[in-house]
Design a protein around this ligand. Structure first.
Ligand code: CMC
Length: 373
């Protein structure tokens, strides 16, 4: 066995880049984007402004914000052939499969002369349209085309449902929570693709495939499935204890970096508390949190962002199989920011594995191998 280098399972504790995009303090439970706390950004900012901040490193002035708004607004519509293609997809296709596939196909429609930033804006603008069109196609509803008078997130809700809920700002702010989170699995995977000098469509296809997994962005859908299965508060204790006994992971808990409450989960919980009416699954979720914390005392396993985000999306009538696409609609900003940052000082990612298989075997042609017996 080779012993010259050490394997860090899951790359735990390994830094692969220097970045000024975001900072996570896992012990204190802090998250900052370009120097601004996530708490301040959700309080004072919005999707477009925070996207500008993450891409360019500073808050925009009015002209710069107008520029981003205009770019995002005019690139929303999908090519007609892609819409036709979406009608051919099986209706039971998972929304993340559809999103990943359409993003990949969009690469064929992009000009080689586009800058990385133009492609990043193009995909950021189009991802909500892909999600909303698929929701409507899947349900045999007629399409609602983008409305240029509406902001990014409200236009998304409009394309999904045909009207805009009163709490549209809360939905916009929830996107800010998901925009960026350092070198997480999907950002790492997409940065690897970027490091080969591939195109933005390939970079984001990689990211989407990675985000889809249930240990990453796919957890929010699984959390809602769990809450649906539990159904009543009285069943929580038994359900959670059974999972722990069987050493199964409880979805929406634990994090590689946060060893205390995920600040995003804290913010989501505060918002859910502030909503006056009864929110579906929220009370069950609070009980799950109580039982998990009691069981894992001292193990530093706390709710992460995916534990509470689905309850909020459900409140906005977004079906659970679409939850991870909402995560993607926000995280595209972080993915593309990291790809652009990394490529300024690019070096292809090429780690190694340690071989522990056989060596020096004698090759025998298939006819020479005697069949025993
Ligand atoms: N339920 C039960 N036990 C857990 C959980 C959990 N959710 N998370 C961690 N543990 C235990 C784990 O079994 C291990 O125990 P032991 O030391 O006895 O073997 C210990 O805690 C360390 O866990 P790990 O799996 O080695 O930690 P990791 O850093 O490799 O994994 C994680 C992090 C997020 C994949 C993991 O906590 C997990 O699978 N959570 C559930 C899925 C989830 O909620 N994912 C969303 C993550 S946050 C947002 C995002 O990235 O999308």
């Amino acid at each position: 066995m080779e012993t010259k280098c050490e394997v860090k399972h899951g790359l735990e504790g390994v830094a692969v880049a220097i970045s000024s995009i975001s900072y996570v303090d896992g012990e204190k439970g802090e998250l900052i984007y370009r120097g601004f706390s996530i708490e301040d950004l959700v309080e004072y900012s919005n999707f477009e402004e925070t996207a500008y901040l993450i891409w360019f490193g500073n808050l925009p002035n009015e002209n710069e914000l107008d520029f981003i708004n205009a770019m995002l607004t005019k690139k929303r519509e999908l090519p007609k052939n892609i819409i036709r293609l979406m009608y051919l997809f099986p209706k039971n296709a998972h929304p993340m499969e559809v999103l990943r596939s359409v993003v990949s196909v969009l690469g064929m429609y992009s000009s080689d002369n586009n800058s990385t930033f133009e492609d990043a804006i193009n995909l950021t603008a189009k991802i909500p349209t892909i999600i909303a069109y698929w929701y409507r196609i899947k349900n045999n509803f007629s399409l609602i085309h983008p409305n240029e008078d509406l902001k990014h997130s409200e236009n998304f809700l409009y394309m999904m449902f045909g009207d805009i809920p009163q709490e549209k700002e809360l939905f916009d702010k929830s996107l800010i929570l998901h925009m960026e989170q350092g070198m997480n699995a999907s950002t790492f995977a997409s940065t690897v693709t970027a490091s080969t000098l591939s195109d933005v469509y390939s970079i984001i296809t990689t990211a989407l495939g990675t985000l889809k997994g249930q240990l990453h962005g796919g957890a929010n859908e699984k959390v809602l499935m769990m809450l649906e299965e539990i159904r009543t508060i009285d069943y929580v204790e038994k359900y959670v204890n059974d999972l722990i006994l069987k050493r199964k992971k409880i979805m929406g808990f634990g994090h590689r970096i946060y060893k205390t409450f995920d600040p995003r989960a804290k913010i989501l919980k505060k918002w859910l508390n502030e909503i006056k009416e009864e929110i579906r699954y929220y009370k069950i979720a609070l009980k799950v949190e109580e039982v998990v914390l009691k069981n894992f005392k001292g193990k530093k396993i706390y709710p992460n962002v995916d534990f509470y985000s689905g309850i909020l999306y459900n409140y906005f009538n977004i079906p659970k199989d679409f939850f991870t696409t909402i995560f993607a609609m926000a995280r595209i900003v972080g993915w593309t920011a990291h790809a652009m940052e990394y490529c300024k000082n690019n070096r292809i990612f090429r780690p190694r594995s340690i071989y522990n298989g056989p060596k020096n075997l004698d090759y025998k042609k298939i006819k020479e191998v005697k069949i025993n017996g």
